[in-house]
Ligand binder design. Structure first.
Ligand code: HEC
Ligand code: HEC
Ligand code: HEC
Ligand code: HEC
Ligand code: HEC
Ligand code: HEC
Ligand code: HEC
Length: 260
């Protein structure tokens, strides 16, 4: 809040009221520092309307973008999550007719996103993660800031969310002779794409990963059944996907029990 270049306090108080409401829950949990728009020395905010005259296409499609839906109109007509909340104040850029180096491009650094999504920095610092902090990948590889769902193919459409992953991870796509239906529920059922303490960005390193869907039942003393078969002995050998067991977690070419 301390770094509010030229945006008036009232924008934050009135214009931001709805957003504050939205953020309240996560604020309490993650104690994120609130919305401090990125800054460009000497520049002031001009409003999204000004951008539309030169960037018609982006501005037009922005209306159905997740972040645009979070716009809170204030008394002064300014909005909270407009173009400049990610690109920084645009006065110098507009005045110069769009000359290079006068506006921020978040693809060059995730810092812009971290201003509001503070907790993501931590997630991308975990031992197993995508190399966003190293600058080898960007948030935009999986998120579209300008139109539609921010999580590409997100919402209820898991199949198309998977496509985001599969454009880089073709090996997990198959087609497999024996598909593992779990992947239809989304790669994120088992992986945390922002990062995890576990290798391979796994949500869990043990049987719990699989038991979220495959119930384990004790049918008799010492007999633990999963998928209709006693697993008491198998479970002692390690995780479900160790050698000789269900190695083909994403699907198998040879075995319907996903053994290879
Ligand atoms: C007077 C015309 C004009 C206006 C108004 C304008 N831009 Fe631009 N903008 C340009 C031009 C020209 C370029 C450089 C060529 C290109 O990439 O399209 C550019 C480039 C950009 C880039 C890419 C910069 C980079 O380093 O990759 C961003 C982001 C951008 N503008 C955002 C905005 C935003 C946000 C606004 C409103 C605050 C805005 N522009 C208003 C003309 C304009
Ligand atoms: C939630 C953050 C966010 C908001 C809000 C946002 N952008 Fe962007 N913008 C990005 C990111 C990330 C990139 C780089 C990746 C890309 O090109 O999609 C980008 C790239 C751009 C570019 C350069 C590349 C291109 O597509 O031509 C322009 C121009 C641009 N934005 C204009 C705008 C305008 C105009 C608005 C408001 C209508 C806006 N942006 C709102 C995040 C944002
Ligand atoms: C000005 C603050 C602000 C900035 C900057 C910002 N966001 Fe957001 N974003 C929000 C708010 C507020 C929400 C909704 C509440 C939440 O999830 O925290 C949101 C939601 C999201 C979501 C979830 C959408 C959904 O459908 O659930 C994604 C993904 C996202 N932002 C990505 C980004 C990326 C990538 C950037 C950088 C290019 C970015 N955001 C920059 C404020 C911001
Ligand atoms: C490898 C792909 C990938 C990258 C890179 C990525 N995300 Fe995500 N992100 C996802 C997926 C997939 C989801 C949906 C997760 C779910 O539904 O369980 C998501 C969800 C989100 C959400 C909403 C839910 C939540 O976890 O809060 C936010 C906000 C978000 N991402 C921000 C970011 C930011 C900021 C960056 C860059 C620093 C980023 N993401 C980079 C794939 C990615
Ligand atoms: C833009 C390309 C790209 C996208 C999109 C992408 N990834 Fe990745 N992913 C990589 C790269 C590069 C690595 C690190 C190199 C490697 O080991 O393959 C990686 C690593 C991984 C790993 C760990 C591999 C290991 O051996 O430790 C998992 C798991 C993973 N990604 C899952 C996902 C999921 C799930 C999604 C979709 C939400 C996704 N990825 C989207 C490029 C991508
Ligand atoms: C049922 C849980 C599950 C689902 C769903 C899942 N994975 Fe995995 N994935 C795993 C496990 C377990 C490993 C670790 C395998 C190992 O260490 O031998 C793994 C490993 C990986 C790796 C590392 C390379 C490899 O194959 O060992 C990548 C990349 C990966 N998964 C991507 C994906 C993508 C992309 C999707 C969605 C299409 C996906 N995963 C869906 C459980 C899953
Ligand atoms: C999102 C839910 C989900 C998760 C998580 C999941 N599975 Fe599955 N799995 C399914 C569904 C659905 C089927 C197909 C129906 C069935 O056979 O139960 C299946 C089928 C299987 C089969 C084939 C059963 C047969 O005889 O045809 C094996 C083996 C299997 N899963 C192992 C695993 C392992 C190992 C894990 C953990 C890495 C795992 N599953 C995680 C949903 C899941």
């Amino acid at each position: 809040m301390s770094t509010q270049p030229s945006r008036t306090k009232s924008t934050l108080i009135f214009g931001g009221a709805a957003i504050w409401g939205l953020l309240l829950v996560s604020c309490v949990v993650t104690s994120r520092t609130m919305v401090a728009p990125p800054s460009i020395p000497g520049a002031t905010f001009v409003g999204s309307g000004k951008c539309a005259s030169c960037h018609e296409e982006v501005s037009h499609s922005f209306s159905d973008a997740t972040h645009a839906k979070l716009i809170a109109k204030g008394d002064n007509g300014n909005e909270m999550i407009g173009c400049e909340s990610c690109h920084g104040p645009g006065s110098l850029h507009v005045k110069s007719g769009g000359s290079f180096g006068t506006i921020l491009n978040p693809n060059k650094s995730p810092e812009t996103c971290f201003q509001c999504h503070t907790e993501k920095r931590g997630e991308f610092s975990l031992p197993s993660t995508h190399a966003v902090l190293a600058g080898k990948m960007t948030c935009s590889d999986c998120h579209d800031s300008h139109k539609g769902d921010s999580v590409i193919g997100g919402g209820t459409n898991m199949a198309s969310m998977n496509e985001t992953c599969l454009k880089c991870h073709q090996a997990q796509m198959g087609p497999y002779a024996f598909e593992h239906e779990a992947t239809r529920d989304g790669c994120v059922v088992c992986h945390s794409p922002h990062g995890s303490v576990n290798a391979r960005m796994l949500k869990s390193t043990n049987a719990n990963l699989c038991l979220q869907c495959h119930a384990q039942t004790q049918t008799a003393p010492g007999v633990y059944t999963i998928g209709g078969r006693d697993h008491a002995g198998s479970m002692l050998r390690g995780t479900c996907w160790v050698a000789g067991c269900h190695e083909g977690v994403h699907g198998s070419h040879v075995n319907n029990s996903l053994r290879f």
